[in-house]
Design a protein around this ligand. Structure first.
Ligand SMILES: *Cc1c(COP(=O)(O)O)cnc(C)c1O
Length: 417
């Protein structure tokens, strides 16, 4: 599944010992495997070969310009959610015609810039947004292609913060509203309203909810066609789950097998927006033990990485596997002790993992927080005035910095006294 493996009891990324990367670039450090990244993109592309969809990598999972650039070179388009992501996307050299733009709060300015750059598609989330895009397109003398994001109202067994497709979420419009928009397209003369978009949530491990939502929408598309509305694009979003601990997510091939037959029955071209599936297991967060603190209640390994570097555990209670970089001390006879792996930040919610078993952890020891390639760096912050970590891309035996470690000066760069 990924290219982080032990050789002689030492963790490697492809052909590079990660310990060497820690020494060269310092910690905390995000390390990515080029091979794992590209492999996951290709897995999706291959699985859907029969229908040749437009695959747009969801940049919010990881918006590093080099990482996105690698995917663009492989043929991916990009799924953006802000003017900032549009800016980075364009810098990767992606063709604007392969950019799709979702977000419930696109501002007039963001819309204008995106239209000026000739992006392919807006995934529209509300009626006032539709009016705004029509207005801006009119001003620019253009006719903009849009898809309507429909909330298919399916329930999921994933974390409540990462479900997006049932009626209590802020995303998309309900089916009735969508019907009204499609039946009255002429009210928006500067829009070509020819797409339907769904994105039902994230870290979905079972294809059941996807099938349910896609079937529902496919039926809706057919109904529209019977009423003379031609739907050219069906954007089915992202959301594919990955392995963090003992999940058994559907593979890309299983996912495709479940949904391609439904998609083949409609004429619309298909768009996919995977984020986590492509980037998640291609990255780790490398961090060093600053102190081992033993208390009456617990053992703590206090790391040099915290919730500002990787927010998922604090934010969602998310599980990330944590591995020792050097496991030479592991023997069947060794005694395991339980540790909370915590950060240096002044918050009790600042942890990376809880109750994990290790042979005595030592000050200075390196740990790898696995599956940190998606929603890792992209959600990082400077909380506690901590410079954000560096990022490194490994390709075979080569490695290169793809983001410099922030300096203290970066922390005040935009501040005025
Ligand atoms: C976040 C998001 C995605 C990507 O989700 P993953 O779970 O990372 O695949 C795709 N589409 C939209 C609209 C999103 O908001």
């Amino acid at each position: 599944m990924h290219d982080f493996k032990y050789k002689n009891n030492e963790l490697y990324c492809e052909s590079v010992a990660v310990k060497q990367l820690a020494e060269k670039y310092g910690t905390p450090l995000y390390v990515y495997s080029h091979k794992t990244l590209v492999d996951h993109y290709r897995k999706i592309r291959e699985a859907f070969r029969a229908i040749k969809p437009l695959i747009c990598f969801s940049m919010k999972a990881n918006s590093n310009i080099a990482l996105c650039g690698i995917l663009v070179k492989e043929g991916a388009g990009l799924d953006i959610v802000s003017g900032g992501e549009l800016y980075i996307a364009l810098k990767t050299g992606v063709a604007a015609k392969r950019i799709v733009y979702a977000s419930v709060g696109k501002t007039e300015k963001e819309i204008e810039i995106a239209i000026k750059h000739h992006i392919f598609l807006f995934n529209v989330e509300s009626l006032p947004e539709l009016k705004m895009i029509d207005k801006v397109a009119a001003r620019l003398g253009r006719r903009q292609t849009v898809a309507i994001r429909i909330n298919p109202d399916v329930r999921l067994k994933t974390h409540k913060y990462i479900t997006t497709g049932h009626k209590e979420n802020k995303f998309g419009v309900d089916m009735e509203t969508a019907r009204g928009i499609f039946m009255n397209c002429s009210r928006f003369p500067h829009l070509n309203i020819c797409g339907v978009h769904i994105h039902i949530g994230s870290q979905i491990v079972d294809s059941g909810p996807f099938v349910k939502a896609i079937e529902k929408i496919a039926g809706f598309i057919k109904e529209l066609e019977q009423n003379g509305v031609n739907i050219r694009w069906f954007n089915i979003g992202g959301g594919l789950g990955i392995i963090y601990s003992n999940e058994r997510p559907q593979t890309a091939a299983e996912y495709a097998k479940a949904i391609v037959p439904i998609l083949k029955k409609i004429k619309a071209g298909v768009i996919l927006e995977p984020g986590r599936f492509i980037a998640g297991n291609s990255g780790i967060l490398l961090t060093r033990v600053v102190y081992v603190k033993e208390t009456a209640a617990k053992n703590f390994a206090i790391m040099d990485a915290g919730m500002n570097d990787l927010a998922r555990p604090s934010l969602y209670g998310a599980y990330h596997n944590v591995l020792p970089v050097e496991s030479a001390s592991y023997r069947p006879s060794s005694k395991l002790r339980s540790y909370d792996i915590v950060g240096p930040i002044c918050e009790s919610g600042d942890f990376l993992a809880k109750g994990r078993k290790f042979i005595d952890l030592k000050q200075g020891e390196l740990l790898a927080v696995m599956s940190a390639g998606a929603y890792g760096f992209s959600m990082s912050s400077n909380y506690n005035a901590r410079p954000r970590p560096a990022e490194v891309m490994v390709d075979g035996k080569h490695h290169r910095l793809i983001r410099r470690r922030e300096t203290y000066n970066d922390l005040i760069r935009n501040e005025l006294r």
